[in-house]
Design a protein. Structure first.
Length: 478
C-alpha cells in the first residue's frame, strides 16, 4: 500500500521501518528497560518511529534523492536520546549565563549552602514548625523568623507569607477593605505581567484612589485626595522601571507626617527590599527596609527571593498592632509560608547577622559584589580551556559587557562584566543558542549581533567546569 505522493522505492523503505516489538528485543533497548519505566521506553520508541516515518515521507515529497534505507544503530541512538529526554525531570537546574542575577523565569535567587542544609533537615524529618518545646503546646511558625527580621530591620513585629504579592494583598485587605487607598500614578506598576497594583487593590476589596501624574506627584495631591474614606497611603517601589527627567515624588517621611494627624497608616511596598546598604558593592544606594521604617513607614512589604537572596517568601515588617491584625486575617492562613521556605529563610536571615559573611555566603550578593576582574578571570578560564581556534562551526572570544541585577531591582544600574562570546562561522546564532538550551544542564545566554553571549557574572565558579564541558561537546560536533 503506497502512501500518497511516494514513489515505489520510498514505500519499500517505509516497509523496512522495524516494528516496535522488534526494537524492544534489541539489547540496547533492553538496557533502557532495566532503568526506565516500560511506558517511557515504549513512548520513546513509538515517537522515534513516527518521526522517522515523517522524515522519510518529507524527503520523498521534496523529490530528494530516495532515502538510503534504515540505519539501525542511528535509530537506536535516537531512541536512547528520546528515552532520556522523557525520563528526566521537568523542573531541573540550569546555568544562568544571562548576566541577570535575579531572573524570575529561572527561579530568582539560588540559595546559600546554609539555607539548603536547613531546608534539607526540615524536609527529611519532623520539625518544631508549630510546637513550643517548652510547654509542649502549639506554637507559631512565625517565631522562627520574626525576631531575626526585627533585629535586622528595627521593626516592631514581622510576618512571613508565601510571596510579596500575597503580602501586599494581605496588608491592603487588612488595612483598607471597603475603604480607599491613595497611590501615586507614578507608582501604579505592573510586575512580571500578572501582578498589577491596581488589580491587587480590587482583589483586596479596597478602592484605588490615584493621585498626581505619571511623572510628578506632590504632597498636596495626597492631601487633597484624603477624606474620611481613606484608610491607607500606599507607596510602591517602581521596581522594574525608572521615570527620569522632570519628576517629583513625595518622600516617605512627608507622607508619614501628612497621615499622622489623621491616624492614617503609611505602607511601603518595597518589592526587592534590600536589608543592607549595597553601595559598597558598586550599586547606588537602594533604600533599605530599616531606613524605610526609620522614615516612619507603618508597614513595609518585600520579597524573600529578590535582593534578599533567600527562598520565595513575602515579608511584612512594621508596627506591632498592624502585624497583629494581619495575622488574625483569615487570608493569612491562605497565604501562609511553607516549612521548607521558612527553614531556608531562617538560615538566610541568620547569615545577615554577620555582615562580613553576607557577600561571601549568599550567591546573589556574591554575584552582585564580584569585582570586574574576578568575572574576567572566570571568563578567561573558559577561553583558555577551549582555545581560540574555531571548531563545531563557531569560534570563542571574550567581550566586556554590562550585567544587570534584574528581579525588579535597580533597573537602570549595571555592573561591569565579561562574556564568553560564541561567534558562529556559518550557522545563525539562534541555532547555537538553541543547542545550548538543549544541553544538559541547559545553558541560558543571549544573542547580540549574531553572536551568543555567555555572561560570566552569573555563572557560579563551581559551574565553570560544567560549562566548559558543554561547550567542548558542542565544538566536537560538526
Ligand atoms: C516583585 C514585586 C512584587 C511581587 O513580589 P513576589 O515576591 O514576586 O510576589 C510586588 N511588589 C513589588 C514592588 C515588586 O517589585
Amino acid at each position: 500500500m503506497a502512501e500518497r505522493g511516494t514513489g515505489p522505492k520510498t514505500a519499500t523503505i517505509l516497509r523496512q521501518i522495524p516494528a516496535v516489538e522488534e526494537l524492544l528485543h534489541q539489547e540496547c533497548v533492553q538496557a533502557l528497560l532495566r532503568v526506565h519505566p516500560r511506558w517511557v521506553v515504549l513512548d520513546a520508541v513509538r515517537e522515534t518511529l513516527s518521526a522517522l516515518r515523517e522524515q522519510l515521507l518529507r524527503e520523498s515529497r521534496k523529490g530528494k534523492a530516495e532515502p538510503e534505507g534504515i540505519n539501525l544503530p542511528h535509530l537506536l541512538d535516537r531512541i536512547r536520546l528520546e528515552t532520556t529526554r522523557r525520563a528526566r525531570p521537568s523542573l531541573r537546574r540550569l546555568i544562568n549565563a544571562t548576566g541577570i542575577v535575579l531572573h524570575t523565569n529561572i527561579g530568582r535567587a539560588p540559595l546559600s549552602a546554609a539555607a539548603v542544609a536547613r531546608l534539607e533537615e526540615v524536609a527529611r524529618h519532623y520539625s518544631t514548625l508549630e510546637l513550643d518545646l517548652e510547654t509542649g503546646e502549639r506554637g507559631s511558625r512565625q517565631v522562627h523568623v520574626e525576631s531575626l527580621l526585627r533585629r535586622l530591620t528595627g521593626g516592631e513585629a514581622a510576618l512571613a507569607v508565601n510571596n510579596n504579592a500575597a503580602a501586599v494583598l494581605l496588608a491592603v485587605n487588612t488595612l483598607a477593605e471597603g475603604q480607599e487607598v491613595v497611590v501615586s500614578r507614578g507608582e501604579l506598576v505592573e510586575i512580571g505581567g500578572s501582578f498589577r497594583i491596581p488589580d491587587v487593590m480590587g482583589k483586596a476589596g479596597a478602592t484605588l484612589r490615584e493621585v498626581g501624574t505619571t511623572n510628578r506627584t506632590h504632597l498636596r495631591d495626597y492631601a487633597t485626595a484624603r477624606s474620611e474614606r481613606t484608610a491607607l497611603f500606599l507607596k510602591v517601589h517602581p521596581s522594574n522601571f525608572r521615570i527620569e527627567g522632570f519628576t517629583a515624588e513625595v518622600p516617605l517621611s512627608a507622607l508619614v507626617a501628612l497621615g499622622r494627624p489623621h491616624a492614617l497608616p503609611v505602607m511601603f511596598d518595597m518589592g526587592s527590599g534590600a536589608l543592607i546598604d549595597l553601595s559598597p558593592h558598586g550599586l547606588t544606594a537602594e533604600p533599605t527596609v530599616g531606613e524605610a521604617l526609620r522614615a516612619g513607614a507603618d508597614l513595609v512589604t518585600f520579597s524573600g527571593d529578590k535582593l534578599l537572596g533567600g527562598p520565595q517568601a513575602g515579608l511584612l515588617v512594621g508596627k506591632a498592632e498592624i502585624i497583629a491584625r494581619c495575622r488574625k486575617n483569615p487570608l493569612a492562613r491562605a497565604v501562609r509560608i511553607d516549612k521548607l521556605s521558612l527553614a531556608a529563610l531562617e538560615a538566610t536571615l541568620t547569615t545577615y547577622l554577620d555582615q562580613d559573611r553576607v557577600a561571601v555566603e549568599l550567591p546573589t550578593l556574591r554575584m552582585i559584589s564580584a569585582s570586574g576582574l574576578e568575572v574576567r578571570e572566570r571568563a578567561q578560564a573558559v577561553l583558555a580551556a577551549l582555545g581560540e581556534t574555531s571548531s563545531g562551526g563557531f569560534r570563542v572570544d571574550l567581550e566586556e559587557e554590562r550585567a544587570r541585577v534584574g528581579g525588579g531591582a535597580l533597573p537602570t544600574e549595571s555592573l561591569p562584566t565579561t562574556c564568553v562570546v560564541l561567534i558562529p562561522e556559518a550557522l545563525p546564532a539562534e541555532r547555537l543558542e538553541a543547542a545550548l538550551r538543549a544541553a544538559e544542564p541547559p545553558v541560558l545566554g543571549r544573542i547580540r549581533d549574531n553572536k551568543v553571549l555567555l555572561d560570566m557574572r552569573t555563572v557560579q565558579t563551581e559551574e565553570v567546569p560544567l560549562l566548559i564541558g558543554i561547550l567542548r561537546h558542542l565544538m566536537d560536533q560538526e
